[in-house]
Design a protein around this ligand. Structure first.
Ligand SMILES: [Zn+2]
Length: 308
């Protein structure tokens, strides 16, 4: 019995060591398995990033998954090229859609605390002069609709002028300058604000309609978040009011506050809308993104500062 005691202890030690090795093996195997899982998640996220072409490049890096354990797998944040956009969402065309709000002098803008949404009449004129000097063709929403429908070819350097919110200064300051150049523009109009103080009137809209297209910007400048019912009410009422006055026959929309939403898009499609503009930065217009069209926000700087 005493002779067998030591070999037994040896067996026990060997057994413990083997068990420890097996546990260690399981731990290592599981860790590797977890890594494989996280790689799969990462690579699954990659397409999402590349489908964000209209974002400003500086916004993209924050969309990179933060808990990336293996840096070499991190996708390179980059805007999609025109060719890639055309392949995925085409047909596409490059149009610099310039976005304005107030057109007023700096003093006025400061007094009213509207400097961030204002461009001076002087700069507005300089912008139109630049487009003319550099041989830009200023197109209208109907040209873009025709292009998406395959009925019109667009070529050369293209621009579109848009102003949001129906401010009276558009009539007082912008319209005369548009008239000077014979350049057409689109004003996205929250119809419930028309005839209110600081907003233009239905009568002034009639006066401007030779050069200005009036698009839907909801009734009360309502954000595109919220229920489909609310979107239907807001978009529907503006659609009805514009239609009754003989405006917006091309069914063009701009999202108040710039952000698109699934509910708003659904309502717009149900109401046979053709185009919807955001405030997202970019100048590539694609047919399959015609409800998320990008624009370029203007300020008091020359157009070459905006890449034109
Ligand atoms: Zn607006």
């Amino acid at each position: 019995m005493k002779i067998n005691k030591w070999p037994n202890l040896g067996r026990v030690i060997v057994l413990i060591l083997m068990t420890a090795l097996i546990i260690l093996g399981i731990i290592i195997f599981n860790k590797k398995k977890n890594n494989v899982v996280s790689i799969k998640i990462l690579s699954a996220k990659t397409p999402e990033l590349t489908v964000m072409p209209t974002e400003i490049p500086t916004i993209l890096p924050t969309k990179t998954p933060e808990s990336t354990p293996i840096s070499t797998i991190t996708p390179t944040p980059a805007l999609m090229s025109f060719e890639d956009m055309n392949k995925n969402f085409g047909p596409c065309v490059k149009v610099n859609v310039l976005m304005y709000h107030h057109i007023q002098n700096e003093d006025e803008a400061k007094t009213k605390n509207q400097t961030s949404l204002s461009v001076t009449p002087d700069f507005f004129r300089k912008h139109l002069q630049y487009l003319k000097d550099k041989n830009y063709t200023v197109i209208e929403p109907k040209d873009l609709i025709a292009f998406f429908g395959g009925a019109e070819q667009l070529s050369g350097k293209l621009a579109m002028i848009t102003l949001d919110d129906a401010y009276e200064d558009n009539y007082i300051n912008a319209y005369p300058i548009l008239k000077e150049f014979g350049i057409k523009a689109t004003i996205f109009t929250p119809t419930g604000l028309v005839n209110n103080p600081d907003y233009f009137t239905w009568d002034q809209m009639n006066q401007m309609k030779d050069l200005v297209y009036f698009g839907n910007h909801t009734w009360s400048h309502h954000s595109s978040g919220g229920t489909e019912e609310k979107q239907d009410e807001e978009i529907g009422l503006a659609d009805k009011q514009l239609g009754e006055k003989g405006f917006n026959d091309q069914k063009v929309f701009a999202y108040p506050y710039g952000k698109p939403s699934g509910n708003a898009e659904e309502v717009l499609k149900n109401k046979n809308y053709n185009l919807a503009f955001t405030t997202t930065y970019g100048n590539i217009m694609c047919k399959q993104k015609s409800f998320e069209l990008p624009r370029i926000r203007m300020g008091n700087a020359l157009l070459n500062k905006y890449g034109l």
